[in-house]
Write a protein that binds this ligand. Structure first.
Ligand code: NAD
Length: 499
């Protein structure tokens, strides 16, 4: 069994707290490692060292910092397969999906290679008589990233790239369920030229998260995880005077209009609903066909597609569609929610419970479930299931479908499938959700745009990556400058001997 560690001052360092958490292989149900859970003292020492290291890093010119990102990007590409395997080994997602996890993080690093452009200030010449104004973006100091289990490469990269290239030091606290990828990324960053201590990977649980939130040196917290924890972290960080952006859970709806290409919509729903076992904050978990005929036609197409899904370990070859869920508790919770859907009167068209895979009987596999006739009062509609379960809510009209999305407390992502530009445009304009797809089921914006939900899917200000990230990880200083007339007016221009 592998004993994992922290990454402090450029080295892998053993934990000293004596507390550990098991790291599972979700496909077999076996413990494959244990990760140390840092104490308050370990965290505070790592922050103090990061604060020292940050001073020189902040004065390194932006272009040199960007060159570290260039070298890091090249190393991520060279190590793509190794990183994807680390992701899949602890998370359970398929290898192509693991590669996608690394790739969507790498794309943010690619934007960070051009960070000097984003970090430029502003200038007003002659804002008053002889007065110029300029603003500069300066790093915050030591900042923290706290990340979830479901994207072990992508989200740590979203955090570390913009924070570090802006001249900050970062304390990264990855999920204790999937810690290995962050440790490896930290090693690669060192190889790329990042000075020791500028990125400290500290593993742990609530104890170390609270220590981060209470540490006065930590200036900002970027969190991604479930909504209750996001709200808690936002509240405690803000009370302690920190800048905080905390991204939470989701319940993403896809509206299918009667004029949509239903085969394409069904393909999109299967991928977006069941990919990564539904463990994506941008997964589509609610299908909303408009009109009974659309709903019936969708059922006809979806049932065979859902039944044909192949569930297996990431080592199971190219035809595996998705892997296990993250823990035995997650599996039990998902099965319980499916049972509640049946009890509360939804029609279970495909039942993923009692799924067993030969040779992997102790793995956390959950078969795909597809419900029709779900209503908003049911638990399966209200809860973020975070599993391979698709709920179908039938709507009579476009307005009913739109209002369902508007009334939902979450606002991360949503999509509409239609052949009508006017409907699509109306939807994009009126819906109160942060990321919208038009005939596109998982609208995760490209890295030079920016990612963020609305309502209970995000607390705080500014989005992740893109231009917002550079605003979040820097503070603005504005200088108003006036120079009184001096040497220019009183100067001597004739060449004279000095007396
Ligand atoms: P989680 O909230 O359980 O954990 C996230 C992080 O918080 C981890 O590092 C964990 O160690 C820490 N944590 C957990 N409990 C804590 C507590 N009581 N006090 C302090 N810290 C605590 O989330 P998860 O299960 O790892 O990830 C899945 C969730 O993340 C889903 O809800 C998903 O929708 C969400 N998510 C959101 C986004 C987004 O950008 N909006 C992206 C990915 C995942």
């Amino acid at each position: 069994m592998e004993e994992l560690c922290h990454f402090i001052n450029g080295q892998r360092v053993k934990g000293t707290s004596g507390r550990f958490s098991d790291v599972m292989n979700p496909a077999t149900g076996e413990v494959q490692g244990r990760v140390p859970l840092a104490s308050v003292e370990e965290l505070n020492a790592a922050v103090a060292q990061a604060a020292e290291a940050q001073k020189a890093w902040a004065t390194t010119n932006p272009q040199r910092r960007a060159r570290v990102m260039m070298a890091f990007g090249a190393l991520i590409n060279t190590h793509m397969d190794e990183l994807a395997e680390l992701v899949s080994r602890e998370h359970g997602k398929t290898l192509p999906d693991g590669r996608g996890d690394v790739q969507r993080g790498l794309e943010v690093i690619e934007v960070c290679m051009g960070a000097p452009h984003m970090l430029k200030g502003e200038y007003t010449d002659n804002g008053g008589p002889g007065i110029d104004l300029y603003s500069m973006r300066q790093p915050l100091g030591v900042v923290a990233g706290i990340t979830p289990f479901n994207f072990p490469a992508m989200i740590p990269l979203w955090k570390m790239g913009p924070a570090l290239v802006s001249g900050n030091a970062m304390i990264l606290k990855p999920s204790e369920r999937c810690p290995s990828t962050s440790l490896r990324l930290a090693e690669l960053l060192k190889e790329a030229g990042l000075p020791d201590g500028v990125l400290q990977v500290i593993n742990g649980d609530k104890e170390v998260v609270d220590a981060i939130l209470d540490n006065d040196t930590v200036q900002a917290v970027g969190f991604v995880g479930s909504t209750p924890i996001a709200q808690y972290i936002y509240g405690r960080a803000a009370t302690n005077g920190k800048r905080a952006q905390c991204f939470g859970g989701a319940k993403n709806h896809m509206i299918i209009m009667p004029d949509a290409d239903l085969d394409k919509a069904a393909d999109a729903l299967v991928g977006a609903g069941f990919g990564a076992a539904g463990e994506r904050c941008m997964a589509i978990s609610v299908a909303v066909p408009v009109g009974q005929a659309t709903a019936d036609a969708l059922v006809e197409r979806l049932v065979p597609r859902v039944e044909a899904l192949k569930v297996g370990p990431y080592t199971g070859g190219a035809d595996v569609d998705y892997g296990p869920v993250i823990t035995a508790q997650a599996k039990a919770r998902i099965d319980g929610l499916v049972a509640s859907g049946v009890d509360q009167g939804a029609k279970l068209l495909v039942d993923g419970r009692n799924f067993s895979l030969q040779g992997y009987e102790n793995g956390f596999f959950v078969g795909p479930s597809y419900f029709d006739h779900v209503t908003p009062d049911m638990e399966i509609y209200k809860e973020e299931i975070f599993g391979p379960v698709l709920s179908q809510v039938r709507a009579d009209t476009y307005e009913d479908a739109l209002n369902l999305v508007i009334d939902n407390p979450y606002g991360n992502g949503t999509a509409i499938f239609t052949a009508d530009g006017d409907t699509a445009r109306d939807f994009a304009h009126r819906v109160n959700v942060g990321m919208v797809g038009i005939n596109f089921p998982i609208p995760v914006p490209l890295s030079y745009h920016t990612f963020g939900g609305w309502k209970k899917s995000a607390f705080g200000d500014l989005n992740q990556y893109g231009p917002d990230a550079f605003r979040f990880y820097t503070k603005t200083k504005t200088v108003t400058a006036r120079w009184f007339s001096g040497i220019k007016d009183g100067g001597e221009f004739n060449f004279k001997p000095m007396d």
